[in-house]
Design a protein around this ligand. Structure first.
Ligand SMILES: Nc1nc2c(ncn2[C@@H]2O[C@H](COP(=O)(O)OP(=O)(O)OP(=O)(O)O)[C@@H](O)[C@H]2O)c(=O)[nH]1
Ligand SMILES: [Mg+2]
Length: 599
């Protein structure tokens, strides 16, 4: 199906045209009918030969209701610009067209109404020229009369021709349904309506409802499209959703229903304002941003010019769900002027703290494309999770570097090159450790996740992970001890070669410069064997002790063991405990031990 919005000055015949085409009066309220004035959005649809179902969103033309007009036209991809033959181009003709242009609407037609009252020729020529200067470009123009019916078939034919050119949107795109109406249906509960621009909504869907009060999860109980119950509706479509467990007062125009986890909800965005470079000094203070059916007051902070364009930081009074590429229509209500639309370049912009940050930010954003782009997003963020890319509207195509992390190739390469230096710096500072712990490397590289360090190590030929540390790939044995420590350990080993069970005492260790850290390093690389607190022996000492003690009559007491090994209580007691712990000996209830049979 197609959805078409009307646009045009008050009383130029928009509603009459919609009624003539669909048989339904889009003016729903008694007051509208009585005053002959559209006060709110109207909805009507028909089957158009060659185009299928066409739904109209009829907008009010009165200058007071421009925000309503914007809520209607916001999500609609096709516009029917209405100008009265006897009225000519008027202020809201211009304001509506400025809005349509700012929104970037590319498909539409010109209908010159009330052609029974005046020659449509001059108005048609004038209006066509104005439309041509917008993204609509050259559009078909038709004159008609809703009263006599003359020309209505030409309108149908021209409209079908325009609609045939409109590309079908992506049915798998994330849903963002801007609510334009909400009401209660007896027995069904709360129903919201809106124009679904893309994606699919189905009965049973879980969606996020985002309102001024925040975000909540909702479930779709029923779907209607153009008056009929359906299982699912694909954009573009007019849809009415019956929502479970949502009170009518909790949802209204300007709220949105979203595919969960697919949009960036933000009150700050950096945007490009085309052609506004010269307005930098004169940006109006009182501006309202319109997006979809939402209207939110904003403050603008110019960041800098980019050619003719102005890069601007937008602060919204309340968060909106955004993607990169969204157009925030900016309007100055006091002057009835549409300033233009800021294209969202970044919906999660960094804070601007230091002097000159705004100008640097502008430089950074200058080359950014006006559509979501993975390479650009990676270039700007360096490292980013897949979910954040998706929430920015980016279709993720690159492979993650680790977990769900995606990296800019240049940034990743720089990190890869820095890692060996980080390891070397750590080793220089902590010579007794084989390398930095993952967490230390993460901090040194200022990475947000240890998984990234692991991935960098995996891709670095000279490094590997050992016991949670990043170590040189070749490292394993005692060669890793710093030379001074190595020499001291060798002296200890020479002592032990003479008297294997006389562990160096505190004084000897001090004399050799072997503190706790050095001993721990020597034990870790296997140069010494730790028997107890401050007690070290040669590698393999425990099993050799077990072999010697096996020659004693079993079981044996601590004193017999000490004498058999020719050592002191200082060594013998921790040694026996270490043998117990290693299950090389078994300690009986009488405190006597038996050497365990070899396993
Ligand atoms: N003679 C003649 N009158 C028309 C034609 N179309 C609309 N009218 C009359 O023009 C007046 C305004 O028509 P509407 O359709 O309400 O105009 P509108 O653009 O919807 O007005 P707003 O929604 O308030 O902006 C009504 O009195 C219509 O009857 C036409 O083709 N010929
Ligand atoms: Mg009307």
């Amino acid at each position: 199906m197609h959805v078409v919005a009307t646009a045009g000055h008050v009383d130029h015949g928009k509603s009459s045209l919609v009624r003539a085409l669909t048989g339904t009066d889009p003016d729903r309220f008694a007051e509208e009918k009585r005053r002959g004035l559209t006060l709110d959005l109207g909805f009507a649809w028909t089957d158009l030969p060659g185009a299928g179902t066409v739904a109209f969103v009829d907008v009010p033309g009165h200058e007071r209701f421009v925000p309503t007009m914007l809520a209607g036209v916001g999500p609609v991809p096709v516009v029917c610009v209405v100008v009265a033959a006897d009225g000519g181009w008027m202020p809201q003709s211009a304001e509506h067209l400025a809005a349509v242009a700012a929104l970037g609407v590319r498909h539409g037609l010109l209908v010159v109404t009330r052609a029974d009252l005046a020659d449509p020729g001059p108005v048609t020529a004038d209006a066509l020229e104005r439309l041509a200067a917008t993204p609509l470009g050259r559009v078909p123009a038709v004159a008609c009369s809703a009263v006599t019916g003359a020309g209505l078939d030409d309108v149908r034919t021209a409209l079908a021709g325009v609609l045939a050119q409109v590309p079908a949107p992506d049915a798998t795109a994330p849903v963002r349904l801007w609510v334009d109406r909400s009401f209660t249906v007896r027995g069904a509960g709360t129903v919201v309506t809106g124009t679904l621009p893309a994606g699919t909504v189905a009965v049973g869907d879980a969606l996020e409802l985002t309102t001024a009060d925040g975000v909540r999860a909702v479930r779709v109980r029923g779907v209607q499209s153009t008056g009929r119950d359906v299982e699912r509706a694909e954009g573009v479509a007019r849809v009415a959703l019956n929502l479970r467990d949502v009170e009518r007062a909790a949802v209204g125009r300007g709220d949105a229903l979203l595919t969960p986890d697919s949009w960036t909800s933000t009150a700050v965005a950096d945007v490009r304002l085309p052609g506004a470079a010269r307005r930098e000094e004169a940006l109006p203070g009182e501006l309202v941003a319109h997006l979809g059916s939402a209207a939110v007051p904003v403050r603008l902070r110019p960041l800098g010019a980019a050619g003719d364009d102005l890069l601007v930081r937008v602060r919204l009074r309340r968060p909106l769900p955004l993607h990169v590429g969204d157009r925030l229509l900016l309007r100055e209500p006091a002057r009835h002027e549409v300033l233009g639309a800021g294209t969202v370049l970044d919906a999660t912009p960094p804070r601007l703290a230091r002097r000159g940050a705004a100008a640097r930010r502008a430089d950074r954003l200058t080359p950014a494309p006006d559509v979501p782009d993975e390479a650009e997003e990676l270039r700007r963020r360096g490292l980013v999770r897949a979910g954040d890319l998706r929430r920015a509207g980016v279709a993720v195509a690159t492979a993650p570097v680790a977990g769900d992390w995606h990296a800019d190739p240049a940034v990743w390469e720089r990190l890869r090159q820095r890692l060996p230096a980080v390891v070397a710096a750590h080793t220089a500072q902590h010579p007794l450790q084989p390398g930095p712990a993952l967490e230390e490397a993460r901090q040194a590289l200022r990475l947000p996740d240890r998984a990234l360090v692991e991935a960098l190590v995996a891709g670095a030929p000279g490094l590997r992970l050992a016991a949670g540390r990043v170590v040189p790939a070749g490292s394993a044995g005692s060669a890793d001890l710093p030379p001074a420590v190595r020499r001291a350990v060798d002296a200890v080993l020479a002592d032990l070669a003479r008297e294997p069970w006389v562990a160096p005492d505190a004084e000897r260790l001090r004399e050799l410069g072997l503190g706790r850290a050095e001993l721990a390093a020597a034990v870790r690389v296997g140069a010494l064997e730790r028997v107890g607190e401050g007690v070290v022996l040669a590698p393999g000492a425990l099993s050799r002790a077990a072999a010697e003690l096996a020659r004693l009559p079993q079981p044996f007491g601590a004193g017999e063991a000490r004498r058999a090994l020719g050592t002191s209580r200082r060594v013998a007691l921790p040694l026996l405990q270490a043998l117990d712990a290693a299950r090389l000996t078994v300690r009986g209830a009488d405190d006597r031990r038996t050497v365990a049979p070899p396993r």
